[in-house]
Ligand binder design. Structure first.
Ligand code: NAP
Length: 284
């Protein structure tokens, strides 16, 4: 499959997000950073919300390099007070209301379910599921208080749709995010807020945690995808900017799979099953 248009190509008209604030959780690394940059390229004032100052600086620098306006705000998505303070800081420093929220922050590490500790389980559920819900509530409070409109884009994963051996914590939390997407889409449609999700497939990038990098084999990643290549982070940025824009104003409660067809892959003659412990040799 052909490579997509290069980074820097706008998919929507210039100025699509002029005057609008967008808050991206985990917007300082990997896919969140790529998403934040695409919103900024279209005129949005973008808040990069996360815990690490170093990550936030990297996100803001990438936005500046693309000619956009960005600010870093310290947020721990597990804590509602921290989220409210982060939204306050974002709106005051950017000088606009936050109208779009991208729930991208996550944590993940491959592990057989039998080896998953209560702390490991809770850590992922709290960041992914609690964090998505608390941030969404905060956006809803603000949008309804001022009588405007808003959009939420939740970053899920294809494992939310299929389950994922070695990913019990993440797949379960993200499946919750998918259910939340559909639930809030209906509850909040009357309040002028659309809620959609993106389920990415494999999008390698330099910020991937070491445990995820270690479980990959870059030499065969492309060949494992039906379209013959992995995703490029800016492709997710395009998907997110479209879903949150008025061009998608009749779209809500949708889960957009962006994975080159990989989640539907099922060989005619399936290969022998490899137990998860043999797939993750480091955890034996
Ligand atoms: P990543 O680089 O590891 O990014 C995770 C981000 O979440 C970091 O920027 C981190 O920032 C932030 N974060 C973690 N805990 C947080 C907390 N408590 N409060 C606020 N921010 C927090 O991951 P990625 O690969 O870009 O993934 C981005 C999204 O895509 C995730 O939702 C992931 O599940 C999904 N996804 C990725 C892939 C892929 O192939 N990369 C595939 C499927 C789905 P701080 O450390 O600064 O807090």
């Amino acid at each position: 499959m052909a490579a997509p248009p290069p980074v820097g190509t706008r998919m929507l008209p210039a100025g699509t997000y002029d005057g609008l604030g967008v808050l991206v959780t985990g917007g300082g690394t990997g896919l969140g950073k790529a998403i934040a940059v695409e919103f900024a390229r279209l005129g949005a004032a973008v808040a990069v919300a996360s815990r690490s100052a170093q990550h936030r600086e990297a996100g803001v620098a990438a936005i500046s390099d693309a000619g956009g306006q960005g600010v870093g705000v310290e947020v721990d998505v597990r804590e509602p007070e921290s989220i409210a303070a982060g939204f306050d800081a974002a709106e005051s420093e950017l000088g606009v209301n936050i109208a779009v929220l991208v729930n991208n922050a996550a944590a993940n590490f491959p592990v057989p379910a039998t080896d998953l500790s209560p702390n490991g389980w809770r850590a992922v559920e709290r960041i992914v599921l609690d964090g998505t819900f608390f941030c969404s509530q905060e956006l809803h409070r603000r949008v309804t208080a001022r009588g405007g409109e808003g959009a939420i884009v939740n970053i899920a994963t294809t494992a939310a749709l299929t389950g994922g051996p070695g990913m019990a914590h993440s797949a379960a939390a993200k499946a919750g995010v998918v259910a939340l997407t559909k639930t809030l889409a209906v509850e909040w449609a009357v309040d002028g807020i659309r809620v959609n999700a993106i389920a990415p497939g494999l999008f390698p990038h330099d910020d991937l945690p070491a445990a995820i990098q270690a479980a990959r084999d870059p030499s065969v990643d492309d060949a494992r995808q039906p379209v013959g290549r992995v995703g490029q982070p800016h492709e997710l940025g395009w998907a997110a900017t479209w879903l949150a824009s008025s061009y998608a104003s009749f779209v809500t409660g949708h889960v957009l799979v962006v994975d080159g067809g990989n989640w539907l892959r099922r060989d005619f003659a399936m290969p022998p099953v490899t137990p998860i412990r043999e797939q993750l040799p480091r955890s034996r």
